[in-house]
Design a protein around this ligand. Sequence first.
Ligand code: AN7
Length: 364
Amino acid sequence: MATHTRYTGLIEHYRDRLPVSDSTRIISLGEGNTPLIELHNIPKLIGKNVKIYIKYEGLNPTGSFKDRGMSMAVTKAVEDGSQAIICASTGNTSAAAAAYAVRAGIRAFVLIPEGKIAQGKLAQTLMYGAEIIQIRGNFDEGMSLVKQVIDHAPVTIVNSINPFRIEGQKTAAFEIVDELGRAPDFHCLPVGNAGNITAYWKGYSEYAKETNGIAAVSSNTPVMCGYQAAGAAPFTAGKMIDNPETIATAIRIGHPQSWDLAWNVQKESGGWFDSFSDEKILAAQKMLSAYEGIFCEPASATSLAGALNDIATGKIPEGSTIVCTLTGNGLKDPDTAIQQCTETHPVSVDASLDAVKKAILDNM
Ligand code: AN7
């Protein structure tokens, strides 16, 4: 008979690898345990012998990977007696911060760049009732302000410079190794502040060091591939940039907060950074939807855009096992999705059997 274990979030699940004690009150919305989906159609389409898995983080409670780190960061903020959290955000962090603050019964203040966050993220953050401070500036300016204001107000910062964010997010790597029984050869991620690539590397490295874990853990760690949007690509530029621009607003970041940590990941893992045009990113987003039934937001598709490029050039060789993290749900940014589909706009017909029949038979 099947046994049923209730999944109650990543802190409970990986409790012995996270900074909690028996008395810690855990703030969770059931985050983590996201699907690892093997692509079936895209490898055939490109004619390459590769295994590509999608880590579908858009299925977290607020629709992005940020929930992993936020569960941990808010748990620790509450444990430390904090009554309020604050972050700057391109949208997803603000949604996650707002939701976990509500869950914990504390306040959330979020600084967002006015007019530059996707509609779904704004809608969520409003509904969760966070104190939204829209700034006439970009994410980097908001981040700088948050770092200054914490000296003037009793608020806990929950951007990824909060080390508990990284602790929570590293669990995604644990899940992948638990499921595959090994680490992938390559792990591809979109990079903004570079907190997530840092977290995955920490997770893989910690698991790889284990000799007697529950899972059959390979001693290997993946090569980490970090991809950016061409207009917001400080890692490929090798320096911070001041006016980042990309349609992938989640990663419209010019001054990554985990700069040194991410370069360390690149060196230790033998990986690389690269950047791709908005067109290539949107093409990858569309490809995932149209060929695999997987809908992610534009920033997330940067991981597949990069993987496909590096598979084509042979930098990622045939025979490889690759994981691409899709960091956020496609529903986060409905505007960009609809704009991309102008040529397949829904047809309008009369509400008659004839018209509907014709619309079907003409398209068979
Ligand atoms: C969908 O919400 O920085 O490299 O303020 O939302 O760890 O920063 C979002 C980042 C990738 C980049 N994909 O992750 C924010 C924010 C999506 C994101 C990233 C973000 P990091």
